[in-house]
Unconditional design. Structure first.
Lengths: 127, 182
């Protein structure tokens, strides 16, 4: 690959601006990767990286990825919450990069909840 | 925790929870002195003297969902095993600075691991926070600053897939150029 310079960003910006005007209704899906000490130690970083790479490859820009802290279920980490607009959040347990790719393709893009990996439905209560 | 990059991610998550808006991560690989130094400095809420004393106790945590806090103890232990140490400096209202040193050639020093994904995960997950990353390898240095990126992309969010792809590639290239070895 050619050497990247800071000016390449300008080209990317212009390209994205052009594409943005063609579509509306962004932020269809919010994915939260739980990034506490427990999550990181069990591979949350690799899970989130796999998700980011999938998003780049699929060229979708209505999926927002964020990270959050530990929610107290350390033994089931890495945990990932998928929240599709107007639907109840789904929490996936014991994630790894391969499961993450499957969830991205089947659930986030196609809308099929991947039940074998599901821990729970709904949001946790944070204290 | 098997890699230093994972420790860095974990400690930086502490900074984020402390409300930091600017986080500086500095890595210094010095072959001549045989030292590897990792420094994470934030402008978050900081800690009181009491809290500093308790911070490396694994049974102390500020969270209420569980009774242990292992991030700092794990890093302190990793440093100790590689003949190094962990220094914690903090003041309420000013921020916190964590410095971990290791003997670079020590058999038990954990490998650095993938630092690019650490930074990418931090930037993607916390698009409102600025990160400065400095990596020195003997006499060569690589600097990465999200504020410079922000200046160039105006209203575009920094966690846009295209921008993240640029960030991933430019960090990879930068680290390659200084030929990191840790």
């Amino acid at each position: 690959m050619a050497k990247l310079t800071i000016d390449d960003l300008k080209k990317i910006k212009e390209k994205v601006h052009k594409e943005m005007s063609l579509r509306d209704g962004d932020r269809r899906v919010k994915v939260t990767v739980h990034m506490g000490t427990c999550g990181i130690a069990s591979g949350a970083k690799e899970v989130m990286d796999a998700l980011l790479q999938e998003i780049e490859a699929a060229k979708v820009n209505d999926v927002v990825v964020t990270s959050s802290g530990c929610m107290g279920l350390c033994s089931r980490e890495p945990l990932v919450t998928v929240e599709i607009l107007n639907q109840e959040p789904i929490k996936y347990e014991y994630m790894n990069p391969n499961k993450m790719r499957q969830v991205f393709k089947r659930h986030i893009l196609a809308g099929e909840i991947q039940t074998p990996f599901v821990l729970a439905k709904g949001a946790e209560i944070t204290r | 925790m098997l890699e230093l990059a994972a420790h860095i991610l974990d400690i930086t998550e502490n900074s984020i929870r402390a409300g930091a808006k600017l986080i500086k991560i500095k890595i210094d690989e010095n072959k001549e002195k045989d030292i590897l130094c990792i420094e994470i400095k934030d402008n978050g809420t900081g800690m009181t003297k009491e809290e500093i004393k308790k911070a490396i106790d694994p049974f102390y945590t500020t969270k209420k969902v569980r009774r242990v806090g292992l991030g700092l103890p794990l890093l302190a232990n990793a440093a100790k095993r590689a003949d190094g140490n962990l220094i914690l400096k903090s003041a309420r209202g000013k921020g916190t600075k964590i410095t971990a040193t290791f003997q670079l050639s020590h058999l038990d020093r954990q490998p650095m691991g993938n630092i690019t994904t650490t930074l990418l995960v931090l930037i993607a997950g916390n698009s409102d926070i600025d990160f400065i990353y400095k990596h020195r390898h003997n006499d060569r240095q690589f600097v990465f600053d999200t504020r410079q990126i922000r200046k160039k992309i105006d209203d575009l969010p920094i966690n846009h897939p295209e921008i993240l792809r640029y960030i991933r590639n430019s960090i990879d290239q930068g680290l390659q150029k200084i030929a990191t070895q840790a």
